[in-house]
Design a protein around this ligand. Structure first.
Ligand SMILES: [Zn+2]
Length: 181
């Protein structure tokens, strides 16, 4: 028996978070196990969305669940936002890769996506409200765009110490990994 797939969260400023994710080549059992493990980690972390770069994978996969009900699970593979419409609004966002940091981000009300389900079924849907907000946030991750890029200069200043602490922790993890190599 193989071990169940288990991921850990990739935290800012790990370099994979800055890479543009690439399409998944096959809709196979590996993909479905990846999607399941992403949902598991998202729920454990009390998140409403998670993108593959946040588990260290440079793949165009995102999972979300705006309500936490099983029927509201949504996995979007090889996803593209094809249109964004509606009045832009400000809303406070958090990010599992930036623990404890929240900032208002301006985004259009609606987005239309083309994607595939983990089984390879084509999906074309328009989202609005909170779900649209989550989709746009997670989609940013696939383009290497992060909360820190979307926040205002004032918020960036307000979170300066917390952001620096994440950078310091990353550097100390990286140097201890280099020492044990
Ligand atoms: Zn995020």
């Amino acid at each position: 028996m193989t071990e169940p797939l288990q991921f850990h969260l990739t935290l800012y400023p790990e370099p994979v978070l800055r890479k543009v994710a690439v399409d998944v080549p096959a809709f196979d059992d590996d993909l479905r196990a990846t999607v399941r493990a992403m949902f598991d980690l998202m729920y454990q972390s009390n998140g409403v969305g998670l993108a593959a770069p946040q588990v260290g994978l440079q793949k165009r996969i995102l999972v979300l669940n705006a309500t936490g009900k099983p029927e509201d699970e949504l996995a979007l593979v090889n996803v593209t936002i094809v249109d964004r419409t509606g009045e832009p609004s400000l809303y406070e966002e958090g990010c599992l890769s930036f623990p404890g940091i929240y900032a208002e981000v301006k985004r259009p009300e609606r987005c239309r996506v083309k994607a595939f389900s983990p089984d390879g079924a084509p999906i074309e849907r328009e989202f609005d409200g909170f779900v649209s907000r989550i989709v746009q946030h997670e989609y940013d991750h696939l383009e290497g765009v992060l909360l820190v890029d979307r926040m205002s200069a004032a918020d960036k200043q307000r979170h300066k110490a917390a952001l620096q602490e994440l950078v310091d922790r990353y550097r100390s993890r990286a140097s201890s990994a280099a020492r044990t190599r």
